[in-house]
Design a protein around this ligand. Structure first.
Ligand code: NIG
Ligand code: FE
Length: 433
């Protein structure tokens, strides 16, 4: 019945129906994305059960009721463990070659991330490694990270290009992401981040590179997409709005051009300096504004008045050994939509575990465990505009769920450095760690 998959997880071929019962806590997260101080409603059923039919959830209720209604359905006894929706990671830079271990050590000796970037290291060094990587090897390295995320409970992730900075290598990276999504089991929502840094060929010519993105890359992407992705919705377009990357005017130019072509938007804003990106993202109805460390009270108000999800990335200040984090409590007090993500990338945050993101969010963003879980499920789904399909356990949604090895979900926040996910179910397929 079990076959080995390349996951090194045990894959139990899908049954048409499966009833998971006898949970200690069933976290449904039922309902809409959770705004402001409403964040943290887990919709928890003690001894809850979930009925899966093919790829979807068919019913959610108490074990007693579902066992009575579906006595002949194959059962999976959760044996007093906690069950929750698959975690959603709405901000990742998954495709890269090489590593930046040496830069890490330079930072430990006192150099800053921005100094290393200004001296031609940082993103540019990964761009060089990625452009010249063997495509098959790049795919395998990326897939190994994707599977690491999956084993740690991430069932859907956004993933950005951005280590090409020229049309063909950016499109190659998107193609790789489409192939990775096809291979599964981690489901990928792609983002075009051709505006991740100024391409080395355009050093000192940020305006010219901005025009290249707007006039050449975005229209070419629009034409390329349906030929390679079929009917899949257009990818997000994202920009790194930051000193030494794209200033506010250049960011506005790129996002406005992308929006005019019909692309949904995301934005890296206020990671190291406040250039006004968060308010711009809210103005342009971006799906999310991400990082938000240097975000002002006015930006927070603009975000809170919009549908743009504020995505905090606590692994990034942690990875850079910085002490300042996203003002998550202020965002919630203002009524904003808050999500959390890993930002996995080789420069600032090589972290494959949303469980660790939850642990950091409780300590440094001061979220409760329940708020952190909602920010990593239903609100994270909203940050990639997929809240109608994933992020909660409700009839009609995808059957993406986790069985933990412990009875209390709060242990995901309390403990760290391990993996409390015992079983991952993705679109009804069962994988055991
Ligand atoms: O989100 N800020 C831009 N991008 C990444 C860092 C990428 C890198 O350093 O390679 C981030 O932190
Ligand atoms: Fe990022």
């Amino acid at each position: 019945m079990f076959k080995n998959s390349p996951l090194s997880l045990r894959y139990n071929s899908r049954m048409p129906e499966l009833l998971i019962h006898n949970t200690s806590q069933l976290l449904t997260l039922a309902g809409a994305p959770q705004r402001g101080e409403d964040l943290g409603h887990l919709g928890m059923l003690p001894d809850g059960a979930v009925l899966i039919e093919d790829e979807h959830i068919a019913a959610v209720g108490l074990s007693e009721d579902l066992l009575r209604r579906y006595p002949h359905t194959p059962h999976l006894d959760a044996a007093g463990k906690a069950v929750l929706p698959g975690l959603v990671d709405p901000h990742t830079h998954l495709v890269w070659a090489g590593d930046r271990t040496t830069e890490f050590e330079m930072r430990l000796q006192g150099k800053t991330y921005m100094e290393i970037m200004a001296a031609g290291g940082g993103i540019t060094s990964t761009v060089k490694a990625t452009r010249s990587a063997d495509p098959q090897r790049l795919y395998e390295q990326t897939r190994s990270r994707a599977l690491g995320m999956f084993r740690n409970g991430t069932t859907s992730a956004e993933a950005k290009s951005g280590y090409g900075l020229e049309l063909t290598s950016e499109l190659d990276q998107l193609e790789l992401l489409l192939k990775l999504d096809d291979a599964g089991p981690l489901e990928i929502t792609p983002t075009f981040l051709g505006a991740h840094a100024i391409a080395p060929e355009y050093a000192g010519m940020a305006d010219e590179f901005t025009e290249l993105i707007c006039r050449q890359m975005l229209p070419a992407l629009k034409e390329w997409w349906p030929q390679h992705a079929g009917l899949a919705p257009l990818p997000f377009v994202d920009v790194f709005c930051e000193n030494s990357a794209f200033n506010l005017a250049q960011t506005r130019r790129i996002l406005t051009a992308a929006k005019a072509l019909g692309f949904p938007l995301k934005l890296h804003a206020d990671e190291f300096a406040n250039l006004g990106g968060a308010s711009l993202a809210a103005d342009l109805d971006a799906a999310s504004a991400d990082h938000l460390v240097k975000t002002s009270a006015a930006d927070i108000r603009a975000l809170a008045a919009s549908n743009t999800v504020a995505v905090a990335l606590p692994c990034t200040p942690f990875g850079l050994a910085q002490t300042e984090y996203t003002p998550a409590k202020e965002i919630l007090r203002a009524g904003g939509l808050l999500a959390i993500a890993s930002d996995i990338n080789p420069g600032t945050a090589w972290c494959e575990s949303m469980q660790f993101v939850i642990a950091l969010a409780c300590r440094y963003l001061k979220l409760t465990p329940a708020q952190a879980v909602a920010a990593a499920t239903i609100n994270a789904a909203a940050a990639i505009r997929r809240e109608s399909e994933i992020g909660s356990l409700e009839p009609g949604k995808q059957a993406d769920l986790l069985l933990l090895s412990v009875p209390d979900y709060r242990q995901m926040a309390y403990r760290f450095g391990g993996n409390l996910v015992e079983t991952v179910i993705k679109k009804g397929n069962v994988y055991n760690n």
